[in-house]
Design a protein around this ligand. Sequence first.
Ligand SMILES: [Zn+2]
Ligand SMILES: [Zn+2]
Length: 362
Amino acid sequence: MMKKSLKQKSIAVGVIFIVALFIGMALMSAVTANKGAANGVDFTPDELQELYRTYNITENDIKFAEGELLYYLEGTILDSDMRVIASETGEPPEGLKEGDYDIVISTAEMFAIIDDARERFMDKYGVDPANPKVDIVDGVPLPKEEVQRLVKSGKIDLADAEPLVGILGGPSEGPHAISGKIYAHIFIAKDDRHNPTEYVTADTSAALCRFEDQFGVDMIWYWYYNYWDASDISPADSCSKALEDLAEDEGGIVNAENDIVIGWLHDMDHNGMAYPDGMWDLNEDGVIDFAPYCVCSDTAAGVDWPHDNIVQHETSHLFNAPDHGYTGPYCVMTYMYAGASWFGDVWCSDCEDTVDDNIWGW
Ligand SMILES: [Zn+2]
Ligand SMILES: [Zn+2]
């Protein structure tokens, strides 16, 4: 069933690189708990307590950020031994046989299960997995508002982390619409280390809707729970290893050029990562394969991006949109905007053209 090389062509290895987001890396070393460093973003224990008071941060908020609370979906079928698929119609994706899944539910049912679990979690801990209040920056729990403020005010220096490593372009051969449709297959990592502890479902849907609104494509999505086991990736926080693992484990779902695959993870080294233009040398044999994979992480070392922006950014890479770096046009491909909660789901006109061409230009 796996059809790895829909579009093969020999090209020199090394021309295409993984597009990575290094924003977390940049911030990791920038914030410490010690007073007195030159960057001006350090906190004494007293100052931290004051911040926690200001933003009503509880012990549970900090425990949640540190992964010390139960997984909020624990006890539901979405965190069980059953392989669950959720689809808009309640029907499995075409081509999947019985035996490839245990149960298929509708996305409405999925949201009902999640909302219920979320409510119970909030009752129990006073923490909303959809709106966690704390980011861990270099081991220090900080209120999200404070982290955003430090980023916005430039107290955290992002200048050294320009990660643009990809050379995109050339004839685009990545995923594209067929009969106006793109199928998005979303895999939630099932292992305890990697299942996203934050609520990502609604944001993912919202991001995919942006492609529908902007480009007029019909995005049909399927959610897969208790399928993808990412426990074997090493190092455990490596997005690039996760990308490989996703392609290896779940690549069988890709059987047409309008399939894309999104993996959701927890606490990784980047906010997300994608194979540019949905093409990659998967087998490391010098042959470029159809590889419409991206991964997203609910939290990343350093500063998290809003989840909807992560999905929009990574999915745009699959349609050949480039990174602009930390500063650049008002665009989801510019890191400072993708990372900002006040940013509103925009592509610059160049990226808009690129994504549009790649979705429709066939
Ligand atoms: Zn990027
Ligand atoms: Zn752009």
